[in-house]
Design a protein around this ligand. Sequence first.
Ligand SMILES: [Zn+2]
Length: 126
Amino acid sequence: MLTAKDKTKVERWAKKWRNRLLLNAYTVEVEFCLNPDPDDRGEEVCKAEVHIDPKYLRIEIKIYPFFWEQTGVEQERTIVHELVHTHSHGLKMLACESKRPSNKRISKENETLVEIVTNIMWDAYS
Ligand SMILES: [Zn+2]
């Protein structure tokens, strides 16, 4: 049974890691889904997924029932993973475009990603 305490714990992790991953400009919302496969995809059940809206600086993390079958450490790491997706979202969108993106655009997105990861590592070890 999902308790208010469980929800608060996940929301705290989301805020803590949003800040650590330098995503402070974003609003993070966590949605707790009771249905393991709400879109009827019939695929392997997922623990969590993220929807990123770079225009309105919004991150929505959806938590599925399988999430709770992990250990606490694994749950927190799943939150980190979903948030890190935000940094490569632009790159992913470019790759998904039907038109081949220009090398200049790919290069710019990649440099942004590299700089962000560099900042994170620098902060963590200095
Ligand atoms: Zn992922």
